[in-house]
Structure formats: C-alpha cells, structure tokens
Design a protein around this ligand. Structure first.
Ligand code: ACM
Ligand code: ZN
Length: 667
C-alpha cells in the first residue's frame, strides 16, 4: 500500500509547460506512482496507432474510439503487451517518440488501458511514467434494484463506469420489501406477485399499505430479471474484471417474500422470516442454490440487517427452535439462521457477506462483514479474525444529499458532499490491535427509496463514486482534495459526454452557511433548563448545545442538532435581565426518517422565572407531506427587558416524529 509521488520541482515545471495537454497526474484514481518528465508525446497528424501483442481481445474494443491498429510494433505509437514478471499491476511509459504499456496479466493490461484512455483525448501527453497497483482488493459499488427495478442496460452502463474507475465489485441488492428481482422457479410467486406493486414512487407505495399486485394488473410497477439477463450481466462484468455479488436479504427486509409465501413467517405477516420453521430453511437453501447457479461470484451477500425480530418472541416455532438448539435469545436465533445459510453457501464452495448485524448473537465462522453502522461492527469483526468491507453511512451512503437540500431532489436525508466522501480514510480510527489486512476494501452504497429514475441514480453516484474509487485504489491516506477535485471535474466531464447524468460540482452550494461560523448572540453560554428532556439518541453536545454558538448543518446527524420524540419545553436563563430585540430558533423538516417541524412554537419571557408573558405563537405553514428537507426559522421581534426565555415546540399529534433544533438565538 506504499505510494510514492516522484515529482521534483523541475519536473513539475515541465508538466506546467504542457498544461493544455494531458499528464499522467490527470488519471483518476491516482496511480501509485506517477513521474512526469520533460517533453511531450504528440500524436502524428494522421492520428494515433497502437500495436497489441497477446492481448488484442482486451485492447481492441477499448482503444477503437482513440487509435487505429498498426500492422507492426515499428509502425505504432503505442505498444501494449504482457509483462508477466512484474509485481505491479501495470506500467505505462510515455516518451516523445511513443508510449509503451505492460500489464502483469490480462487484468493489468485492462487497467493500464483504462488509465491510458484517460489521456488519449488530449492533443499532447506529458512524458513520464505510471506504475500502478490497487490499495484494496475490494472496490465496490452497490445498486439497489429492489426499491426501483432498473433495466439491464442501466447495470451495464454502470459496469462501464466502474471499469473506468478500476472498481471491481458490483453488489446487487436484488431482494427487499419493495420488490423481489431474482428469477425463481422454485418459488414462482416471487416473480408473479412479490416483484410488482401498484405504485411507482416508493413513498406512495409505503404510505398506501405497501401492497403487491400481480404482474398483469393494470399499472403494475416493478419487474424481475430473467436468468439470461443476469448471466449476460455476469459475463459483461467479468470481461471488465468486475464480479457481480448478488444479495438475497434474510431474515429481515422480507415483506415481499412473506406477502407471497406467508407460511415462511411466524404469523403470516411482517417483514421477518421465521427461523423456527424448517420451511424457511428449505426456502433459503433453494433460493441460494438458484442464485449460485446464475452468479459464479466468490461472495454471496445474505443481508442480515435490520430484522425487527419482534414476532420471534411470541412464536411457538421460534421458541421450540431456541429450546432444541440451546439458543439463549433472539439475537442467537438470527445467528442460527445466518449460520445455516453460511453452511449451505460454504458447501457450494462460496462465502457469505452480511451487514454488520450478523455479529449480534455470534458471527458465522467464515463470514465477511460489511460495516455500515459506523466502524464499530467492522472493528469487532476484524478483531475476531474476519474480513471486513467498510461502508459506514457517514462516508459511503450516496443516498444522502450531496448539496444543500433546498436545491437537490427529494432524498432520505443526511448530507454527504464530495469532499466528505473523499476525506474518508478506512484505515483511520482503527485500534492498534486490529489486523488491517482484514480490511479488504470499501463500497459506495446507494439505497433507492427516493430514487425513482435511472438518471437520478446516476446523479447520486457521480462524482461521489469517483471518491470511493480513489480511496479504494490509490493510497487512502494521501489526501489532496484540490487535486482530486480537478481530476474529478475532468472525469465527470468524460462521464457526461458519454451520456451519464452527473452532479455539477462547479455549481455546488455547500454546507449551511450559518453552521460555518460561530453565532454571536446574547444567550451564548446561558444555562438551559429542560422541562422536557431531549432524547438520549440525539443529545448533540448535551445541556449546553442550544446556547453554544454552534448552528447545525444540513443534517441532524452532524451532532449539532438536539432531538425530541416529544414536545419541546425549555427555558434559557440569561443570568441577568437584558434588553431583548429578537428571539429565534430553527427546526428541521426531513420527512423520510420522520423529522417534522413543530406545529407551533410558543415564545414567552419572564423577569423572575415565575411569571411569563407570551411574546409570540408562531405557526408553521409547511405541510407534513412536503417532501424536501428544509430548515425553518421560528423567530419573533420583541422589545422587552427579561432574564428568562421559555420556548415550547408543539408537535403535530397525528404524525408525531422527532423535533430537532440547533440553537436558541437571542439578540
Ligand atoms: C442498511 O443500510 N440497512 C444496510
Ligand atoms: Zn417464528
């Protein structure tokens, strides 16, 4: 993982001299070693030619848009071949007289050409050398085709982008409550019913009872892949050195399975499979067999996240299973189910990946863990000697909005701009006793509840996936955001020329301005007394939060917003009576995870803390159904001398949810 950048001051000057051409230092992901030297390669007026020996099948189609095939090495500008003695993946040498590219094997040639074609569009290429190898073996992109079924052409298009970015694992989230996308002969209702729903928008579906419909009912939305389509995807990906990893969710996120086969649950309804019933294991094994028959991948993802396990407590079959197997608790029941799935997958020579909940109740012996709830699960799994893929939500969840929510499409919430993805260092925050060789890579996840259209999915992937690709391939510790941003803009332009929808980083608004500087105000450091205490889930910085001069950003996950699962009722004590002119507090609206504005905010003041005068009742004018994230001020001018300020935030009784505020600002 050692990376060396060999650019002397003199060589940098030389590179600057060809600023309008391409340079090895334009490549994304940044190669392990780039050396730029004096001089430039300038194609002849008739265009570039190449000669490939022993790797024509890899090279011809990739280079066709850029160069012509030469009859012999002597006539060619670019010579490409294998160099099987190398330990590096590929080496490119650029001289004024021509370019040579050697790959350690077919994959090395493929990746070398992917780097080369990033340079061939320009009129000149600075001379130099590229020596390259990946930092991590697992560089993944996750596609959620359950929440919205996407056509094969979409998946192939993303495979092309992954290849350009040297990513090598496509994680296909094929099954979830919103729709089953795997072809199944053994359980046909998964395709005739569980793959279809009456509503297109996920939110409409979820708000209208989350029901399913038959494929032939009018307006049925959804679908599933045929075996031929999936085999074609596997073939297409494999030609690009990408493994497609299917995910079959269990035991939670299985509402669609239970709608089609209620007998696989404890009670006939709900989202969890019943680990007490043998029918469940017949189902799991049959589906995993069908899956492994189509996907030759080393890994089979078995989900494992967010099972409610609620019905298991009351279920006679579950209780009998616990007794028979000596299982102490319901986490142990989940572990039992995952363990049986793992044994089945292992018996076919494959290995399972599971979300980090599979640790609860005991980790299956050979499982690889995908750590999504921060780093903790990953650290625990590595300590126990398991491989880990890092996908912490705060750095890798591309369903979070990438810019100020007022200018972005509706989303689940969160705020994850390009700079924050890029800043993620998977090796940071790992304790010294962890064997970092167990950290096999990272993955960009894009959950698609709010992402109906294919073009919207691309918009969320690019350019942030470029940052994940660079962390996975290049030295994850070398961070130079300005340089990455320059190369990302170049790559994003390439992607948009090739027909991808991308976010325009030149039009980025950025973080909420109020959160970027300290807030000067009269109540700074004032004591806050809570008649209704904030939730322990979202305490922010505790009792001092609302008068610490720190405003929250675009997401309540930034630990600057304090939350209540009740009404809010608090009093600020200024320490002495002061002349007040304005009292303001801001609340967040983020309906996806159930964060709503208060129906009303009541502001009162007092000189003695006993008798209060109501200053304003501020009502909100945003419908709870308004889908976009917003931050709304509830403020009032006053002209009063007072020491105590009481604020009440009253929730809408019907929708409940969580209130979030960041600062009581008094001037
Ligand atoms: C997950 O986001 N539930 C893995
Ligand atoms: Zn049960």
């Amino acid at each position: 993982m050692k990376t060396v950048f060999l650019i002397s001051a003199a060589l940098t000057v030389a590179a600057a001299a060809v600023a309008h051409g391409a340079s090895p230092r334009d490549i994304l992901p940044m190669p392990a070693i780039t050396e730029v030297s004096a001089g430039e390669f300038r194609p002849r007026s008739g265009g570039i030619s190449y000669f490939a020996k022993g790797c024509e099948a890899i090279v011809d189609s990739l280079l066709a848009p850029f160069a012509q095939k030469a009859e012999s090495a002597n006539e060619a500008d670019i010579i490409i071949g294998h160099n099987r003695n190398m330990t590096d993946t590929y080496i490119i040498r650029i001289e004024s007289t021509g370019i040579t590219l050697g790959g350690r094997d077919d994959e090395g040639v493929f990746y070398g050409v992917q780097s080369l074609i990033q340079l061939l569009g320009d009129s000149t290429i600075a001379c130099g050398e590229v020596i390259d190898r990946p930092a991590f073996p697992y560089r993944g992109m996750h596609v959620d085709v359950s929440r919205h079924f996407r056509p094969l052409a979409f998946l192939k298009k993303q495979i092309d982008a992954m290849a350009l970015l040297k990513m090598n694992k496509m994680h296909l989230h094929l099954t979830d409550g919103a729709g089953w996308r795997m072809p199944s002969e053994s359980y046909p209702r998964l395709n005739s019913l569980a793959a279809w729903r009456p509503q297109r928008r996920w939110k409409d579906w979820s708000d209208n009872g989350a029901t399913y419909c038959s494929a032939d009912s009018p307006g049925a939305y959804g679908g599933f892949y045929t075996k031929d389509e999936l085999r074609e995807l596997v073939r297409y990906a494999s030609e690009r050195h990408i493994e497609v990893i299917p995910e079959i969710e269990m035991p939670g996120h299985s509402e669609e399975v239970i709608a089609a086969y209620p007998e696989l649950s404890c009670t006939g309804v709900g989202g969890d499979l019943c680990p007490g019933k043998e029918a469940t294991f017949r189902f799991i094994e049959a589906i995993l067999d069908e899956t492994m028959e189509i996907f030759p991948s080393h890994y089979i993802h078995i989900g494992g996240d967010e099972a409610s396990k609620r019905s298991w407590r009351e279920c006679g079959d579950c209780r009998a299973r616990m007794e028979a197997e000596g299982i102490a608790d319901i986490d142990g029941l989940q572990s039992y189910l995952i363990g049986r799935a793992e044994r089945h997958v292992n018996s076919r020579g494959r290995c399972i990946i599971g979300w980090d909940e599979i640790i609860d109740g005991g980790l299956a012996p050979n499982a690889t863990v995908m750590s999504w709830r921060g780093l903790t699960g990953g650290i625990e799994a590595m300590r126990a000697g398991h491989d880990v893929i890092m996908t912490p939500g705060e750095a890798c969840y591309l369903d979070y909005t990438q810019d100020a929510p007022f200018k972005e499409p509706e989303s689940i919430g969160g705020y994850l701009p390009l700079a924050k993805v890029y800043a993620y260092d998977p090796l940071a925050g790992l304790p010294a006793d962890v064997d970092t060789n167990r950290l096999i890579g990272l993955q960009a996840n894009l959950w698609a509840e709010y992402i109906t259209d294919d073009s919207h999915a691309e918009y969320m992937y690019y350019p942030r996936t470029l940052a994940i690709a660079e962390i996975g391939w290049s030295n994850p510790r070398h961070k130079d955001f300005a340089d990455f941003r320059r190369r990302a803009a170049r790559m994003t332009a390439t992607l948009s020329e090739r027909g991808y929808t991308t976010f325009d980083i030149d039009r980025e608004y950025g973080e909420r301005p109020a959160s970027l500087q300290p807030c000067r105000q009269l109540a700074l450091g004032a004591k806050v007394t809570y008649a209704k205490r904030y939730t322990s889930v979202y305490p922010a910085a505790g009792d001092g939060t609302l008068t610490d001069g720190i405003r929250g950003g675009w997401t309540y996950q930034d630990k600057k917003w304090q939350g209540w699962f009740s009404d809010l009722d608090l009093t600020v004590d200024l320490g002495e009576a002061k002349q007040l002119h304005y009292i303001n507090t801001s609340f967040m609206h983020c309906p996806g995870p159930g964060v709503f504005l208060p129906d009303s905010v009541v502001i009162s003041t007092s000189a003695d803390g006993v008798s209060y005068t109501e200053q304003a009742v501020l009502r909100q004018d945003v419908a709870p159904s308004y889908q976009k994230i917003m931050i709304k001020d509830f403020g009032t001018p006053v002209n009063i001398n007072a020491r105590y300020i009481n604020i009440k935030g009253i929730r809408n009784k019907e929708i409940g949810g969580c209130l979030f505020t960041d600062e009581i600002v008094i001037n």
